[in-house]
Design a protein around this ligand. Structure first.
Ligand code: SF4
Length: 179
């Protein structure tokens, strides 16, 4: 439908919690979907982001594939929104930035409790981890930030509602939180 606002969503180094919070709109999702159609998203089967009005990005950037997907979204979405603490500042996964990547890999695959057949995976199919976890604004330009871990369904509704009405999105203080 050409009149609908096209939205794409993805999870990079996220936990899918921001997507769950998006679904927390519950029955209000039905009303939203009268005005919105979903493009590439974990909720659809579309493999690549097509031309979209809004891209919602959950998660920071922790590996090469994350950076690739993020650039695809930036190239195709008029408005890109960093959703949640991970996309905004790296979030809890960025705690690994206090350690060398090699230490993290060895802990997980070689020295960790319960590891059998210790070896660090190196198949070419696997995306290489970056030395550090990055917020998405380290990689692409970001238009808006939706804070929270995760942002509440009310926050999603407010920001998407504002954008659908052609207004500058604004969160009232009672919806603004970082935890
Ligand atoms: S911000 Fe919180 S809920 Fe969202 S992806 Fe990160 S850890 Fe999960």
């Amino acid at each position: 439908n050409r009149n609908k606002v096209r939205i794409a969503t993805t999870s990079l180094a996220g936990c899918f919690g921001c997507h769950m919070s998006f679904l927390d709109m519950d029955e209000r999702l039905v009303a939203l979907l009268e005005h919105v159609e979903l493009n590439r998203s974990p909720l659809t089967d579309i493999k690549h982001c097509g031309p979209c009005d809004i891209g919602l990005i959950e998660g920071g950037v922790c590996n090469a594939e994350n950076a690739h997907v993020l650039r695809e979204f930036r190239d195709n979405c008029k408005i890109l929104i960093a959703v949640g603490a991970c996309a905004i500042n790296g979030g809890v996964p960025a705690m690994r930035n206090h350690f060398h990547l090699r230490e993290c890999l060895e802990e997980a695959y070689v020295n960790g409790v319960g590891v059998e057949n210790p070896q660090i995976p190196d198949d070419a199919e696997l995306p290489l981890l970056l030395d550090k976890v990055h917020p998405i604004h380290d990689v692409v330009h970001v238009d808006y930030y939706l804070p929270g871990c995760p942002p509440s369904a009310d926050e999603f509704l407010k920001v998407l509602g504002d954008l659908l009405e052609g207004k500058e999105p604004a969160l009232p203080k009672n919806l603004l939180h970082y935890d």
